[in-house]
Write a protein that binds this ligand. Sequence first.
Ligand SMILES: N[C@@H](CCC(=O)N[C@@H](CS)C(=O)NCC(=O)O)C(=O)O
Length: 406
Amino acid sequence: MYSTHITSFISTPFLTSKNSRTHTKLLHHKLCSSTPKMSLNQNPNTNLITTITKLLWGQSLPPQLLISTVRSTWSTTWHLMMSQLAPSDPTGSYTRPTSQFRITSNPKFSKNVHLYVGLPCPWAHRTLIVRALKGLEDSIPVSIASPGIDGSWEFRVHTDPNKDKLVPCLDKANGCKTLREVYKLTRGGYNGRSTVPMLWDVEKKEVFCNESYDIIEFFNSGLNGIAGNPELDLSPPALKDEIRKWNEIIYPNVNNGVYRCGFAQSQEAYDKAAEGLFRTLEMLEDHLRRSRYLCGDVLTLADVCLFTTLIRFDVVYNVLFKCTKKKLVEFPNLHGYLRDIYQIPKVAETCNMGQIMEGYYNILFPLNPGGIKPLMPSGTEDEVLTKPHNRSSLQLEAKVVQHSVS
Ligand SMILES: N[C@@H](CCC(=O)N[C@@H](CS)C(=O)NCC(=O)O)C(=O)O
């Protein structure tokens, strides 16, 4: 979701000079015995600062001083942090870094590959959907990483499937604790961004690809010899051009558009991103009134890419990324289209709303410093997503029109 170059921000103590630290320690020691036991949920730094504040000023800091100090410190820190975590152009518009490992036209690989994903990530979600639809689950094992406290990917599992708690584990292909360690194993070493999805060549022991679109194209057509569902083609030759055109609109305005809203570092950048996003959603709403999927009657890779953003829209982007003009449930055709794809066998199993919420609201702390997760919007609950979509009739109508025209 974002790069983790300045992780030190998270653990930097509030007061940093040696003297201040010693002073703080002493104060803390002296005062803790007289302060009530801190709640487990409270940040220890907050407790300490509150205690110091009470000692120096009585009940609380003068509000003007508190507000002006925190405002300028937070604003400077926020801009610094965002400029490192979410690189932007001179106008403050988020510019997504390009992937380093791409699949060339004639890939050489050992047919023994391992997929690394993170469940909150929309780009990784694309690969899980195509892997499932093509019946590649047995041929391509998966390691699931979760965002750690510093935002980098770590391997963790549930000890008890009924509980939320995750405990550290090792990945299934390389026995590493973090994704960064896996990337580092690649031939020649690697020190750049360790992103998901990542496809690992098990025999060559190197990163094969870390660009989601390359991976889904490869799953769609490059592994038919080992796929359980080789006849499914999500990018048929006759539709390739149309798929490319949809991607060229949807990627900048919707898939990356929501990030351009959320990571905008100026009002101008936000306004531009939000305008492009909602203009495109309105256009898609209109198109999907007449067409079951983007390219007509058949599901394609373009739909998979749109779906993984739409499924996160109301639960995350509408709130956290300020995509507020409308919720997805307010677009009846887009919401019906979302339900249609959600109900395709095996797709719902790839959607983990709990992990999506956890991943965004807890980890993107510059956008949600308190870490509080809002309630799950009712439009994204399974019982709503499984309601009838009535979109197969669009397909029938199209056939009738075709018939009467020919
Ligand atoms: N263009 C890449 C984007 C992948 C990406 O940005 N993944 C995010 C998670 S949503 C990530 O792993 N970020 C970690 C980092 O930047 O260090 C793709 O489509 O595969």
